[in-house]
Design a protein around this ligand. Structure first.
Ligand code: PAF
Length: 282
C-alpha cells in the first residue's frame, strides 16, 4: 500500500494502473475509519482491482459552528486499517493541495434534493460535499466509487450529480453498519460520553418502531414521524433536529407513504449530531 499526498502523483500512478487494464475502485473518507468504512473498503475490493481511499477532512463541508477543528484525525490507525483491508493507495492530501490559494469554483446542489433534511439544517454542507467529491473524482478517475447508506441523502446527491454532470463513474451504495445495540457506525460516535453512548441506540429503536408500524399498514407520515419523535424525546439527552419522510425520487416530504420513501432523522445527543434513516418500502 502506498500513501500519496499530491494530485500529480495520484494521476501518474492511476494512469499506469489503467494502462494495465485494472479497474479502479474508490472510497472517499474523512478518516477516523471504523467498521462502517471497512465494509466500504471490502465492497471496493470485491468490485475492483485497485482500491484507492482518500482521507481528507474537507473544511468546506463544515459550517462555521460545526466540528471541523475537533473532527477526529487518526491517520496512523487509519493507515493500518486500510492496509489490513487490501487498499492499494491512500490519498492523503493537505488542505493546500486541494484548495490552493485563489480556489473559487464550487459545485452547487440545486433543487429539492439539496433543500430538505440535512440540506435545510446544514447550509452549504452539500455544496462542500459535491465540490470535494467532484474534485476527488477528477483526481482519482475511478471506475466505481462506494458510499455508505447511513448518509443516504449524500448518496442520492452524488448519484444525481454524476448523472447530471455526465461523470462516468458507477456509484455503489453500501448498507449501514451498526454496533451490536443498533447504533449506526459514525466517526462522530467518538464524541459521545458514556452516558450519551448508552442511550444513543434509541434513534435506531425509534426508526424500527416506525418501520414496524409501517409494515402494519400505518401509511400516514405524521403518525410515523410522531412515533419516532415520541421515542427519541423520551430521553431528555436528545434534541431532535429533524424527523422527515421524503419521496426517494422527488425528495419532497410525503403525507402518505404510498411510494418508496426515506424516513430520516437527525438529533443532537448533547453536542453531538447523529443521523440515521430507514427506507419505507414493503
Ligand atoms: O461521507 C464522508 O465522509 C464525506 O462527506 C465525503 C464523502 C468523504 C466527502 O468529504
Amino acid at each position: 500500500m502506498i500513501v500519496v499526498e499530491t494530485v500529480k502523483e495520484v494521476r501518474e500512478i492511476i494512469r499506469e494502473k489503467k494502462k494495465s487494464g485494472l479497474k479502479i475502485g474508490f472510497v472517499p473518507t474523512m478518516g477516523c475509519l471504523h467498521r462502517g468504512h471497512v465494509s466500504l473498503l471490502d465492497v471496493a475490493s470485491k468490485l475492483s482491482d485497485y482500491v484507492v481511499v482518500s482521507i481528507f477532512v474537507n473544511p468546506i463541508q463544515f459550517g462555521p459552528n460545526e466540528d471541523y477543528e475537533k473532527y477526529p484525525r487518526t491517520f496512523e490507525q487509519d493507515k493500518i486499517m486500510c492496509e489490513k483491508h487490501n487498499v492499494h493507495m491512500v490519498f492523503h492530501p493537505s488542505v493546500k493541495e486541494i484548495y490552493p490559494e485563489g480556489f473559487s469554483t464550487f459545485v452547487e446542489v440545486e433543487g429539492q434534493i439539496g433543500k430538505v433534511l440535512c440540506g435545510a439544517k446544514r447550509k452549504g454542507h452539500f455544496r462542500g460535499v459535491a465540490t470535494i467529491v467532484t474534485k476527488l473524482f477528477n483526481i482519482v478517475e475511478p471506475d466505481i466509487a462506494i458510499f455508505g447508506q447511513k448518509d443516504a441523502q449524500q448518496a442520492f446527491i452524488i448519484k444525481k450529480m454524476v448523472k447530471d454532470m455526465n461523470i462516468p463513474i458507477e456509484i455503489v451504495v453500501s448498507e449501514t453498519i451498526r454496533e451490536k445495540d443498533g447504533l449506526a457506525m459514525s466517526s462522530r460516535n467518538n464524541y459521545l460520553s458514556k452516558e450519551e453512548r448508552a442511550v444513543a441506540p434509541i434513534i435506531k429503536q425509534a426508526l424500527d418502531e416506525a418501520y414496524s408500524a409501517f409494515l402494519n399498514n400505518e401509511i400516514k407520515a405524521s403518525s410515523l414521524k410522531k412515533i419516532v419523535e415520541k421515542k427519541i424525546s423520551s430521553c431528555p439527552l436528545f434534541k431532535i433536529d429533524y424527523v422527515e419522510i421524503v419521496d426517494t425520487v422527488t425528495f419532497f416530504p410525503v403525507e402518505e407513504v404510498v411510494k418508496p420513501s426515506l424516513l430520516a432523522v437527525a438529533a443532537y445527543l448533547g453536542k453531538t449530531r447523529l443521523i440515521d434513516n430507514v427506507f419505507l418500502t414493503k
